[in-house]
Design a protein around this ligand. Structure first.
Ligand SMILES: C[S@@+](CC[C@H](N)C(=O)[O-])C[C@H]1O[C@@H](n2cnc3c(N)ncnc32)[C@H](O)[C@@H]1O
Length: 292
């Protein structure tokens, strides 16, 4: 995929509806807490996707990287190892508790070239032309003004600097979400397809990725689909992950039918069990670009 179509893109964002603007506070303390508790389980699910995005970034020894929405920082640590002692990584996130988890792991591993800062990546001044690469694993879908956020982030890249991130594709292409929603729908109404406001699926449409990144001053934009079966934990682990995300949020709206829905999902998950654990299909974009 390339950015040849960008010349036809209008100046205002046609993909954002009025009701989707504003800051919904999609990432609060309880969600951060859940991510810390389930860190290893989430790593089994998201690790291979992050690895693919890191490969797309192609980090080299001695380089400097910013990990946007780094959460508990596992990808920041991986980038720090790749950058080596002459390079460095800054992990930025809104959540002090997730950042503290990252600091603890860096310290346990004695990685001195990674630092974590509490910052809103949409507005924080990271310093001009400072990084060789910007990276994110699922941390760039929550901006209330994505073009402004990516424009802010572009400024901190050196000219020609690289961007690589992973984000979800259309929910219907992601078995991790679609299977449980389909099964739960035997007991409760199905959710509307998510819009493009801040949230897991805000960059699901490649046209929107191209629009936002072009408006923010990036070039050589490519969104490559990645389909992986990930997991490896047991059924309880998968249910725990589902409960803290999009599927759980939907089912919680129907408390009188939630138990039946979760039981049905549990039964369905038995079909996904292998001797190595439960594996389910994911569908993501691995997006790469350069600061123009
Ligand atoms: C889905 S989690 C991903 C965390 C981590 N990258 C990972 O893959 O484990 C999204 C992260 O983005 C962070 N986040 C959301 N909006 C942000 C913003 N405007 N600035 C910085 N971080 C943000 C959240 O606090 C959360 O840690």
């Amino acid at each position: 995929m390339n950015d040849r179509a960008t010349a036809r893109i209008p100046m205002s964002d046609p993909h954002k509806s009025q009701q989707e603007t504003g800051t919904p506070g999609v990432w609060d303390d309880s969600r951060s807490h859940n991510w810390i508790v389930l860190q290893d389980a989430l790593e089994r699910m998201l690790g291979p996707i992050g690895d693919a995005a890191i490969k797309a970034l192609a980090p080299r020894q001695g380089e400097t990287f910013l990990d946007v929405g780094c959460g508990c920082g596992r990808t920041s640590l991986a980038l720090a190892r790749a950058a080596g002692p002459d390079g460095s990584v800054r992990g930025a996130d809104l959540s002090p508790s997730m950042l503290a988890a990252g600091r603890a792991e860096a310290s346990a591993e004695r990685l001195g070239n990674v630092h974590f800062i509490e910052a809103n990546a949409q507005t924080h001044d990271f310093g001009p032309a400072r990084f060789d690469g910007l990276f994110s694993r699922f941390g760039v879908m929550f901006f209330d003004d994505p073009a402004a956020a990516f424009s802010n982030l572009a400024k901190t890249l050196k000219p020609g600097g690289r961007l690589a991130f992973a984000c979800w594709r259309d929910r219907r292409e992601v078995e991790w979400f679609e299977m449980p929603i389909r099964v739960a729908s035997r007991h409760l109404p199905a959710p509307d397809l998510p819009g493009q406001g801040p949230g897991a699926f805000s960059l699901a449409r490649p046209e929107r990725i191209h629009f936002v990144l072009t408006a923010a001053g990036f070039s050589d934009i490519e969104a490559t689909p990645l389909d992986l079966r990930t997991g490896g934990g047991d059924i309880d682990e998968v249910l725990s992950i589902l409960k803290i995300g999009f599927v759980g949020e939907h089912i919680r709206q129907f408390p009188d039918r939630a138990e039946a829905a979760w039981e049905a999902i549990r039964r369905e998950l038995a079909d996904y069990a292998t001797p190595d654990g439960v594996f389910i299909g994911t569908g993501t974009w691995i997006v790469t670009a350069r600061r123009a």
